[in-house]
Design a protein around this ligand. Structure first.
Ligand SMILES: O=C(O)CCC(=O)C(=O)O
Ligand SMILES: [Fe+2]
Length: 216
């Protein structure tokens, strides 16, 4: 963990939306990064998502447990190689519950069953959107690795203000649930070359853990 001149305080940026800087130590970041590298491999590996309008997302993604595509979830990579999605590892469920406990100060009990890994290279970004393809209102747990990004957390009404811009750095935790579960959010930019060299990642990875509310 890089020594900060000023420690970054935790913050509740909106009701139920909590930023916990530096939650994962370097060892835990390395473990998650190693796992991401395995998950990124084919079959059902990292891919660029095509949007219904014909455009492509600039991030590359891989799902665990359920495969996300615009706009829904499936057990196979219906918009890619057609292979079964990789299983959701129990370790991520434990991590998600520990994250909820950390963020909200109450025992996390959510049965996480989706992992969505996004990889951002230097120019990648993610427009403001809501995570609303899940059929459950459990909190979303977000973990960041590698380069710092600007993360924009908005409101539940529309893509306009009010919003809060904050930096998500390697090891940071962000949880959004309760009244903020369906708030707009996005990543306007990544700050290239800001990753802790000791981690050994060029670019940024984000892992979100979610509850699908889906059967089968
Ligand atoms: O990369 C991030 O920090 C956010 C990712 C995100 O919003 C998503 O995967 O839905
Ligand atoms: Fe999202």
């Amino acid at each position: 963990m890089s020594a900060e001149l000023f420690p970054r305080p935790r913050a509740e940026v909106a009701p139920g939306a909590v930023h916990v800087p530096g939650w994962l130590d370097l060892e835990a970041q390395r473990e998650l990064l190693e796992a991401c590298r395995e998950w990124a491999r084919p079959p059902a590996g990292l891919r660029r998502v095509r949007m219904p309008g014909g455009g492509e997302m600039s991030v590359r993604s891989v799902g665990l447990g359920w495969h996300w595509f615009p706009y829904g979830y499936a057990r196979t990579v219906v918009d890619g190689d057609g292979e079964p999605v990789k299983p959701f590892p129990p370790y991520l469920g434990e991590l998600g519950r520990a994250a909820v406990t950390e963020a909200y100060g109450r025992p996390g009990t959510d049965a996480f069953d989706i992992g969505l890994v996004n990889f951002y290279d230097d120019g990648a970004r993610m427009g403001l959107h809501r995570d609303r393809d899940e059929h459950a209102d459990a909190p979303v747990v977000s973990l960041s690795l590698g380069d710092t990004c600007v993360f924009r957390f908005g409101n539940t009404e529309d893509r306009g203000r009010p919003w809060t811009d904050l930096e998500l750095r390697s090891g940071d935790l962000f949880v959004f649930g309760g009244p903020s579960r369906f708030a707009y959010h996005g990543v306007p930019r990544v700050l290239p070359g800001t990753a802790e060299p000791a981690l050994g990642l060029k670019g940024r990875l984000n892992v979100t853990l979610r509850v699908s509310g889906l059967e089968g």
